[in-house]
Design a protein around this ligand. Structure first.
Ligand SMILES: [Zn+2]
Length: 483
């Protein structure tokens, strides 16, 4: 038994009492602050699960894989030479760990790259802003775009603005993302990132700046993919860090009374690279009795370009590869085939996920269950099933075997994760091991998404959970379908 909870011990000398002239030295007081609900890892009654847990909880399988990927490859932007290098890394790593049926399946994408990116408030109070282009954004004209800024407190306020009201202006869309364990604030906050450029362009804007979609208070801008509507003019869009957005919000509060103009100069020289190659890399532990039946666990190999893609999604790569590695090390022979899929080009619109679903269309009926790890490196607290009653019943039957890791059943449906969505849509049963993502959007898509943020103990728990999952799903007679 050991404890996984992170704790901070704050030692405080009682200076006030000492200074009040009590004379004798006062003992220091230690306050224990528990940052997360405590999870106690216990014993399991299932012999095979116990074997897997012993290996996973005493090893550093996932942590080592994630360290290798983020250190030896680093950032892995979709379609870049670095992403290609990551595919070769993945292939070699699968080989080294003893997997079989290692394959890379290429597919085309539209390449894009970031360039010089700067912004300054030029009126009424001059200062630099920390910004970054959103993925897919067009460039500003040579020399930049300098214009008056129209303020919107959130995306809804922009939508309410009349057509033509932004002629010749830069639109600034503020609005904070709510922090939540499950990342529930992401969808609503993300609308301005996805559609902000199109909606502002419809109203005549020259460019858009948004408050980053993130929950931190550091001067880190969060990138992420945006979309254009081909029938609407394409205008540049960038995100600024939270503190810079706060600053701009304060300036707009001041000029409400004075009526002064707020002006910004924005310069982005992003580039559309045309067609590039991306790809998925996969490998297997072949099933001993039902090799054509597939248990799929995935993560995505690509990342954004500013950090090293550690929590998004180097951790997921480490977790799923590491879990299968634990099963290999155990010597246990799964009845069904375990397939580990590392998707390419997730960040630019789950392109690899659609390519996989298309390429494997004829064997989707043999996909017994699928899931993905793509929500950082936090501890798993719940197991959740996909949509059908059969799927729910089969996952509920496995759920008690996860209690030893502090993982409880969770109500509601899952589609298995972003890259599993296209499989779920085709009827593949899904399951999700829900991670605590409270801090995930502090780092997500920023230069601060680096390996040092990963807790090795939480990685062990994740690897143990996925190893437990693939073993149980392989051995059950249930096929998770209504058949
Ligand atoms: Zn991701």
């Amino acid at each position: 038994m050991f404890h996984l909870s992170r704790r901070i011990f704050i030692t405080t000398s009682i200076m006030a009492l000492t200074m009040a002239g009590c004379g004798a030295d006062k003992p220091s007081v230690t306050t224990e602050v528990s940052l997360q609900p405590e999870v106690t890892i216990g014993e399991t009654a299932n012999l095979e699960v116990k074997i897997l847990a012993d290996i996973a909880l005493n090893g550093s399988h996932g942590y080592d894989i994630t360290r290798s990927l983020t250190t030896e490859i680093g950032p892995r932007l979709a379609g870049s030479p670095q992403e290609a290098k990551a595919r070769r890394w993945a292939s070699a790593k699968f080989e080294e760990l003893g997997f079989t049926h290692i394959r890379t399946e290429p597919f085309p994408i539209n390449g894009w790259m970031r360039g010089l990116e700067t912004a300054q408030i030029t009126k009424p109070y001059q200062q630099n802003l920390i910004i970054t282009a959103l993925g897919g954004s067009v460039a500003t004209p040579e020399g930049g775009t300098q214009a008056s800024v129209a303020y919107f407190e959130d995306y809804e306020a922009l939508i309410a603005a009349p057509m033509g009201s932004l002629d010749g202006k830069i639109a600034y869309i503020s609005g904070r993302m709510i922090k939540d364990r499950d990342g529930a604030g992401y969808g609503p906050a993300n609308q301005k990132r996805r559609n902000g450029a199109t909606e502002a362009a419809k109203r005549g804007a020259l460019a858009v700046l948004i408050r980053s979609v993130g929950t931190d208070s550091h001067r880190m801008p969060h990138t992420g993919q945006m979309r254009y509507d081909d029938t609407i003019k394409k205008i540049p869009i960038a995100a600024m860090s939270g503190p810079d957005a706060d600053q701009l919000d304060r300036i707009f509060t001041l000029v409400k009374d004075t009526g002064e103009d707020v002006e910004i100069k924005l310069r982005l020289n992003t580039r559309d690279l045309g067609e590039k190659t991306s790809g998925n890399v996969m490998a297997e532990i072949r099933g001993s009795e039902k090799p054509d039946e597939i248990i799929l666990i995935g993560a995505h190999l690509d990342s954004w370009d500013m950090g090293t893609g550690a929590i998004d999604d180097g951790a997921g790569v480490g977790i799923v590869m590491g879990a299968a590695q634990v099963l290999l090390e155990s010597g246990l022979k799964p009845k069904r085939t375990i397939r580990v899929v590392l998707y390419g080009s997730e960040e630019i619109g789950i392109v690899g996920a659609f390519a996989y679903a298309k390429k494997h269309a004829d064997e989707l009926s043999k996909h017994v269950i699928a899931t993905e790890s793509d929500f950082g490196a936090g501890k798993i607290y719940a197991i959740q099933s996909g949509k059908t009653l059969a799927n729910k019943a089969a996952v509920a039957a496995m759920a008690p075997e996860f209690r030893y890791l502090g993982i409880q059943p969770k109500e509601g449906d899952t589609n298995g994760g972003p890259d599993i969505g296209p499989l779920s849509a085709e009827g593949v049963p899904t399951v999700r091991l829900n991670q605590d993502g409270t801090d995930y959007f502090d780092l997500h898509h920023t230069p601060d998404d680096t390996f040092d943020k990963i807790d090795p103990k939480a990685m062990q728990q994740n690897v143990a959970a996925y190893a437990t999952l693939i073993w149980l799903a392989s051995e059950t007679d249930n096929n998770f379908r209504d058949e």
